[in-house]
Design a protein around this ligand. Structure first.
Ligand code: PLP
Ligand code: COI
Length: 340
């Protein structure tokens, strides 16, 4: 497969249009057969459910070229499952999990020339999404939907690459108790835009959100879960019913325990104990593991001992092992790598 002539190692996290995307429509209670199309536009009625009441959700996963030239993707079954759960919570029809995985394979295969070469530092980001298409004016779910997957080659999510980030503790809440924080609804991101623009304007890379009810516990950022390392090398990730169940974070817990022999626990993390951790990172499909060097809480600076120059040592081992599995250098746990 001849790759496109792109500056693979220079691309950031942006949209580069590729040739093919997958589309399936839901009407009269059933999904159609779905197909690949070259049409990157979506034409909707002015009153479509997604436009009026934000009935939309999405997923994110990546495809990679391995060292020996295979094209692979990482745990698409978990994205299928999460989108299934998200759709249920939003009163949208669930897209069958086996069809989700089949569509993922089709769209990667059709855009194989855009899967960045091994060693470039880039990957192919897949964006499955679904939205209500028919006119809805009373507040109720749409009855017709479109499911699509487009792909785009991406580089690092944060501009500095592996340079540690500075976060601020947000005055805004991301998710309410019993709300939608645990699903990948577009509305969670729409309401975070003001917070991220404000954080950037103040010179921060991202927000740390605390739990909305007590503002004492660490939740997540706008697009990634937290991972902490204690001074005695234990991996700790915040547990909350209002954060997204990150596939990267769940995978890193297995990597920590089964590959690195570290203790790993998922538990509530109070903001007060953040100052005692040795390392901190943001984990997600886009973020991979992005190290955090400093967290600022209304002028009070918490500087992680791992500093502002590089990833902490445990974070680095987790990063190397996870990406080693994703890029085919390290034997994966059963079912994690799906070959295209
Ligand atoms: N948290 C939020 C709010 C996200 O948007 C994402 C991105 O998908 C994550 C966490 C990380 O999840 P995953 O590792 O499944 O990509
Ligand atoms: C992902 O990591 O896939 C996400 O959806 C996060 C988003 C901020 C790009």
């Amino acid at each position: 497969m001849e790759k496109k002539n792109l500056d693979w190692s220079g691309i950031g996290f942006g949209y580069i249009q590729t040739e093919q995307r997958y589309v399936s429509n839901f009407k009269d209670g059933a999904w159609d057969n779905g197909c690949l199309t070259e049409d990157s536009t979506v034409v909707l009625n002015e009153c479509a459910g997604v436009l009026q009441y934000a009935q939309t959700c999405f997923e994110g996963l990546k495809a990679y070229t391995t060292e020996d030239g295979r094209t692979v993707t990482f745990r698409p079954d978990l994205n299928a499952e999460r989108m299934f759960d998200t759709a249920k919570r939003l009163e949208m029809p669930s897209f069958p999990k086996e069809r989700f995985i089949d569509a993922v394979k089709q769209v990667i295969k059709a855009n194989e020339a855009y899967v960045p070469p091994f060693g470039s530092g880039a990957s192919l980001y897949l964006r499955p999404y679904m939205f209500g298409t028919n006119p809805v004016i009373g507040v109720k779910p749409a009855t017709e939907y479109q499911f699509r997957i487009f792909v785009t080659p991406v580089g690092p999510y944060f501009k500095g690459g592996a340079k540690p980030l500075t976060l601020c503790v947000s005055d805004f809440d991301r998710a309410a108790p019993h709300g939608t924080g645990h699903i990948k609804a577009g509305l969670n991101y729409a309401m975070s835009l003001h917070a991220i623009v404000s954080a950037h304007a103040d010179g921060y890379d991202e927000n740390m959100y605390l739990d909305a009810a007590t503002r004492t516990k660490v939740e997540e950022t706008g697009g990634a879960n937290f991972l902490f390392v204690t001074k005695d090398n234990k991996v700790v990730t915040p547990k909350s019913s209002s954060i997204l169940p990150s596939i990267t974070r769940r995978s890193l817990i297995t990597v920590a325990r089964d590959y690195l022999g570290l203790e790993a626990e998922e538990r509530e993390v109070s903001f007060d104990e953040v100052k005692d951790f040795a390392e901190c990172g943001l984990c997600g499909t886009a973020a991979v593991i992005s190290p955090v060097g400093k967290i600022v809480d209304h002028g009070n600076e918490i500087c992680l001992p791992s500093g502002m120059n590089e990833m902490g040592p445990v974070t680095k081992k987790l990063y190397d092992t996870l990406t080693g599995i994703q890029m085919g250098r390290i034997e994966p746990p059963k079912g994690w790598i799906v070959e295209i």
